[in-house]
Design a binder for this molecule. Structure first.
Ligand SMILES: *Cc1c(COP(=O)(O)O)cnc(C)c1O
Length: 391
């Protein structure tokens, strides 16, 4: 019999008003689980936007420890931060602007996503300056109508890219696209986009392109659409243990949430029946009650849209926000027995990974948004603390 594996301790250290405690083992385990959903493909862990709020570098390292072969960022600055931290794994950065830091990206061996001719021109010029060929991955728009080269412009982009490759200025190493509605697996647009992507790959192949990696699958496609896996899957949200599919729990896919958002009760007091709470008195107490003040507000990324609805657990019991979320704090109505059960200094769990705790999805439901936004918007004022049982 093997020893039970101790769970890392998710707690708010003394004296801190709040923290986002990030379980790095969850990130590594989630990557392992995602690889088992796409066993024939490599995995690129998407770590854009500070790893969806979880902290760029520690999250990236944990994803690599779990078997990610690649890292993906939106902006070049994010990719450069990975290199500055000493991370040498392959990195793709796909959202660039004219005048971007292409030369630094090339010098740091960062693959550049290209959606338009202007980027090829600028990247080729930067490669000439750097004296090193740029690694380029071409992005084709198969239906999202966001970034990516249109299907009409694709043959020209391929031709221009192969010409620059022949000149030794770039290496065309990948082709990729992005789904419209992978979170709705039955939507026919998924089939249409896949067909468009395969046709675009065929066109590129006929023109002479030989890609190391072809990729299209975000988290929901990684979990539900094996036909979309190609050489590489590109999940973000699922790496952090959240479900990208409405009504499906992370555990159904072998995932567990990595972020635990904790706050410390700063004040508990009595409030009489019929009193309004917080700005505008939008919430009125129904009875003689007690309230707790939690030092997290929209300045910390708590959505103001979660006023009078966001769930919070203290000492195993769940409460809801009473009245408006303010910049630095919100109030919970604890009911009449609150003063006996809860005191200043207790830990409040806004969302966490333990059974029965509210989830980022619950907050998304309360605020009329998606779980992606709930974790990503946690502000810099909230310290990220990391736990792991790996040594
Ligand atoms: C953000 C992003 C992803 C990851 O999407 P998830 O839904 O979080 O898995 C993948 N590819 C691209 C191009 C993205 O912008």
């Amino acid at each position: 019999m093997s020893e039970p594996i101790p769970m890392p301790r998710i707690e708010l250290p003394p004296g801190l008003p709040s923290a986002a405690v990030i379980d790095l083992d969850a990130i590594a385990d989630n990557v392992r689980a995602l690889r088992s959903h796409a066993p024939k493909a490599q995995l690129m862990a998407v770590v854009k936007a500070d790893a969806y709020g979880h902290g760029l570098v520690p999250s990236a390292r944990a994803a690599l420890a779990g078997g990610a072969a690649w890292l993906g960022t939106a902006q070049i600055t994010e990719a450069l931060a990975l290199r500055a931290a000493g991370i040498q794994a392959p990195v793709l950065s796909w959202l660039t602007v004219p005048g971007d830091r292409f030369q630094q990206a090339i010098q740091q061996n960062i693959d550049l996503g290209v959606s338009a001719g202007w980027a090829l021109t600028e990247i080729a010029a930067a490669a000439r300056e750097a004296g090193t060929p740029a690694r380029v991955q071409l992005k084709v728009d198969t239906g999202l109508n966001r970034n990516g080269c249109t299907l009409d412009d694709w043959p020209q982009l391929i031709e221009d890219a192969l010409k620059l490759q022949a000149e030794g200025l770039i290496s065309v190493v990948g082709a990729f696209s992005h789904f419209v509605s992978a979170d709705a697996p039955g939507d026919p647009v998924n089939v249409e986009q896949l067909a468009n992507f395969v046709a675009a790959l065929d066109q590129a192949h006929t023109a002479g392109a030989r890609f190391e990696v072809r990729h299209m699958a975000n988290s929901p496609a990684t979990l539900t659409n094996p036909a979309a896996h190609f050489d590489l899957v590109r999940p973000g949200l699922a790496v952090y243990g959240l479900s990208p599919l409405a009504g499906r729990e992370p555990a159904e896919f072998g995932l567990r949430p990595a972020m635990n958002l904790l706050g410390r009760v700063t004040n508990v007091k009595k409030v009489a029946a019929g009193q309004g709470i917080s700005y505008g008195h939008t919430y009125t107490t129904g009875e003689d009650t007690s309230v707790a003040v939690i030092p997290l507000g929209y300045g910390d990324g708590i959505p103001r849209h979660a006023s009078s609805s966001g769930p919070v657990q203290i000492a195993g019991q769940q409460y809801r926000i009473a009245g408006r979320v303010c910049m630095d704090q919100f109030v919970l109505d604890l009911g009449p027995a609150g003063l006996d059960k809860i005191e200043a200094g207790d830990t409040a769990v806004l969302f966490g990974s333990a059974a029965g705790q509210p989830s980022a999805q619950d907050w998304a439901d309360a605020a009329g948004t998606i779980n992606y936004e709930i974790v990503t918007r946690v502000a810099a004022r909230v310290p990220r603390l990391y736990v792991s049982d790996q040594r």
